[in-house]
Write a protein that binds this ligand. Structure first.
Ligand code: SF4
Length: 430
């Protein structure tokens, strides 16, 4: 008998990717065949994101794409968009199942009951409260490991706390048990993910630092990266641990959002820009080669030319390696959506372009500083025009002619020249 075919499309954060893998595993265990989203399938699952209006648009486009590929297929939309506005998605033609962030783990039973006369589409009105661990297993070299979910901060621009519920995590011991399972696979690198991972453990009277100390002792995993940590939670102990550890990579991702205290206050962020600067300076003092990425939102309501110039100058003055630039968009239900001083799209887009240019300059400087140095690259399995790719410990993308024996191997390389796409060609250090 032919297997039922299912395809997943994931948008948004790494957490969504880790969770998609956990959900998809339930289907492969139940003998479904996983196919590419571009291919013909019986079921299409879209793991949605609501962080920007653009992210929601992509979800709606994916629904249309699925229906074009197979008009007979059942489409399920799960995740943050489904959690916040299920009715909007249910009204889209061809969508049969809409599940929020708690119910999405029951997707298999919802799909299995399609056509049995049971209610198939489920609204997602209850705020998610349960905690489900998960880790992605797409490329066998690296995994996104979910260690935390939800957020208690309620920054004024952000709908995530409504979509994902309060901050929560498993205990250190439970999380280390899942990490031990990952370490028994061939995966070489773990990327710790969550909504607000620095808040890990608070409800269990534990700390993120304790989790990192436990992970540092774990055998079998060679590299660990920490994804985005709020500046006020990225304390000196965590930075010191990364500097002293052989497992933790010198790679940080810190949300700045704005370089002015006035806008940070309006955003209800929990730090002033001075705290951000102290963190960046301390990282560079202990790890001069560290890669530091920063998130920044441009065009927040009330952001004046002067505020923007201050943000720009502040970022320019700091040894940040590159930026993730987000153009502000109103998220329904958030405080910022009804604030005075909403900016025209043209202004927001102009500022966004300037910050993208600044990011390119920063990346160029960082890459040039690293030219000629010897770094450790973990080679991945993808092939592109005959080349394979991998990242150094400090997150510089490298390429070399494809060699199957190198996949999932860590190799010492010398960084020679980088292309305009920001990829280094290398020579192998023997
Ligand atoms: S810290 Fe702020 S921006 Fe980040 S998820 Fe929580 S509310 Fe959203």
């Amino acid at each position: 008998m032919n297997k039922k075919k299912i395809a997943f499309q994931t948008f948004g954060c790494k957490l969504n990717f880790a969770e998609t893998s956990a959900i998809a595993r339930k289907f492969t265990d139940a003998d479904y065949e996983m196919v590419d989203f571009k291919d013909h399938a019986n079921f299409y699952v879209i793991h949605s994101c609501t962080v920007t209006a653009q992210a929601e648009k992509k979800t709606r486009a994916a629904i249309r794409q699925a229906k074009r590929k197979n008009p007979e297929a059942a489409v399920a939309v799960i995740g943050c968009y489904s959690q916040l506005r299920p009715e909007e998605l249910k009204s889209q033609q061809g969508v049969e199942i809409v599940l929020g962030n708690s119910d999405k783990y029951d997707l298999l039973s919802h799909i299995e009951s399609l056509g049995t006369g049971k209610e198939s589409a489920t609204s997602a009105t209850a705020r998610p409260v349960s905690y489900e661990p998960g880790f992605s297993m797409g490329d066998r070299t690296r995994t996104f490991f979910k260690v935390q979910d939800g957020c208690d901060y309620f920054c004024t621009f952000c709908a995530i706390p409504f979509a994902r519920g309060r901050s929560r995590s498993a205990t250190v011991a439970e999380t280390l048990e899942v990490a031990a399972k990952i370490s028994a696979t061939e995966v070489k690198e773990i990327i710790l993910t969550g909504v607000n991972i620095g808040d890990f453990g608070r409800q269990n009277n534990e700390t993120f630092l304790q989790l990192l100390q436990g992970l540092d002792q774990l055998n079998g995993i060679e590299r660990i990266r920490i994804s985005s940590v709020e500046p006020e939670l990225l304390n000196d102990e965590i930075i010191r641990l990364v500097a002293e550890s052989k497992k933790f990579m010198p790679h940080f991702h810190i949300p700045l959002q704005s370089g002015t205290d006035r806008i940070l206050e309006l955003m209800k962020r929990k730090y002033k820009r001075g705290v951000f600067k102290q963190r960046v300076d301390f990282i560079k003092q202990l790890m001069p080669d560290a890669c530091i990425a920063a998130d920044v939102i441009t065009g927040f309501p009330g952001e004046t030319e002067e505020d923007f110039a201050q943000t720009f100058d502040f970022i320019q003055s700091l040894p940040i390696s590159y930026l993730h630039v987000f153009t502000y968009s109103k998220r329904p239900g958030t405080k910022a959506a009804i604030m005075a001083g909403q900016l025209p799209d043209t202004v927001k887009q102009h500022r966004s372009r300037l910050l993208h240019q600044l990011s390119d300059e920063k990346k160029n400087i960082f890459y040039n500083e690293n030219r000629g140095t010897i770094r450790q690259v973990l080679w991945e399995s993808d092939i592109e025009n005959g080349f394979m790719h991998g990242f150094t410990d400090n997150y510089i993308r490298c390429k070399k002619p494809h060699d199957l024996n190198s996949v999932n191997q860590i190799e010492s390389v010398t960084l020679l020249e980088h292309d305009t796409d920001g990829t280094y060609t290398i020579s192998i250090a023997r």
